[in-house]
Design a protein around this ligand. Structure first.
Ligand SMILES: Cc1ncc(COP(=O)(O)O)c(C=O)c1O
Length: 381
């Protein structure tokens, strides 16, 4: 039988099947961690997985209750989110980070921040031939987003300025993977340099609440972007600080004109946060107590892992904020991954984040207290 020119999966028209024409994306990095994962999982006391920054603690009850209360939502939700969600987001940024002067209309919920990072260049109209500047060591999705738009990427070392032709500059302080924090003056210089070449600045601030040794600053702080938010976007996620990764919730805010344009495209493209999640997100942004409790959990885990890694001979660089320890044994990243996997501890090689990570591994703080305890015991053996 032939259906639409195909028979048993074989084309019968004489034409060869079309070549896939999707964008050329980097290899999915986590696939290459499979054999280290297998080794780590064979440990008699089980794996301690510190390779991904996925929350393991419960979703705070106040957020679950808000989700349930919003469950009867038969109609389409608004792409712009509810007015309450937007004003609560503006208020949370003021309370938690001292950001003032935001227009509540210039808040746009996103379905987690990963989708926004991946699609921002395309939604902004970045074209083939344009340049997207990303940090030298960076969350891989910045590159994915540039490639989806057909743009080139350039990796900028700290202090380096974007070249002419740059359409978008990604900042990420606190950094994934290094935990490095840029001070207000450094960030202001990055914003100035980006504005000079006419680039949009997108600041990924998903670790902003997790400052350990320093208080990270938002790009929307007046000390960074000045009196106007022209050309500047701050990208926020609730995944880490509210244990919300499973709900997929974030938001972008900043330059009202840019946010307005993004809203228009996202309306057309159906990039809409479900209404029950909007309700839960509003509850999360209105409550600081669960953020404080989660912060304390990560702080305790961080201290234990830091001293256990140092005790085992590793050096920790940067890591003054965020959800990771950037550790080095002054040797090849993959041999450190293997050394730790033999002890049942799975971490990510620094090379996942850029060539400059070749002697580092990234150790996530996202494991239960019991698993962190297991890791510290094994590192002391
Ligand atoms: C720097 C950075 N940006 C964005 C994300 C995406 O987070 P989410 O999509 O859960 O909001 C992550 C997740 O690990 C990240 O590390």
């Amino acid at each position: 039988m032939s259906v639409d020119g195909f028979s048993g999966g074989v084309a019968v028209t004489g034409q060869s099947s079309p070549e896939p024409r999707g964008p050329r994306l980097p290899e999915f990095p986590w696939d290459s961690l499979a054999s280290a994962g297998e080794l780590a999982r064979s440990h008699p006391d089980g794996v301690v997985n510190l390779s991904v920054g996925t929350p393991v603690d419960s979703v705070p009850p106040v957020l679950r209750e808000a989700l349930a209360a919003g469950a009867d939502s038969p109609g389409y939700p608004a792409t712009h989110g509810t007015a309450e969600l937007r004003s609560t987001a503006v208020e949370a940024l003021r309370r938690r980070h001292g950001v003032t002067g935001l227009d509540t209309e210039a808040v746009l919920p996103t379905v987690g921040s990963k989708e926004f990072v991946a699609w921002l260049p395309t939604l902004l109209g970045v074209r083939p031939g344009d340049v997207v500047a990303i940090p030298e060591l960076a969350y891989p999705t910045y590159e994915v987003g540039a490639r989806l738009a057909g743009a080139e990427i350039v990796r900028l070392a700290p202090g380096q300025t974007p070249p002419a032709g740059t359409a978008l500059v990604w900042l990420n302080s606190p950094s994934n993977p290094t935990g490095r924090v840029d001070g207000a003056a450094t960030m202001a210089e990055s914003v100035r340099a980006a504005r000079e070449v006419g680039a949009v600045v997108a600041s990924d601030e998903c670790y902003l609440d997790l400052g350990w040794r320093t208080r990270p600053v938002s790009v929307l702080d007046r000390a960074v972007s000045g009196e106007s938010q022209d050309g500047v976007l701050a990208v926020h996620s609730l995944s880490k600080t509210s244990n919300f990764a499973g709900y997929r919730a974030g938001f972008v805010t900043g330059d009202p004109r840019l946010v307005g344009n993004l809203l228009e495209v996202r309306k057309h493209a159906g990039m809409i946060m479900p209404r029950p999640v909007q309700e839960a997100m509003t509850a999360a942004l209105g409550d600081d107590e669960h953020v404080r409790q989660q912060y304390e959990r990560y702080r305790a885990r961080r201290e234990r892992l830091w001293s256990a890694l140092e005790g085992a001979g590793f050096r920790i660089d940067h890591s003054e904020a965020g959800l990771y320890l950037w550790a080095s044994g002054d040797t090849d990243a993959w041999s450190t991954v293997d050394w730790l996997a033999r002890r049942g501890i799975l971490v990510a090689p620094g090379t996942f984040y850029g060539p400059a990570g070749k002697q580092h591994v990234r150790v996530a703080l996202t494991a239960s207290d019991e698993r962190v305890e297991a890791a510290t015991r094994r590192l002391a053996e």
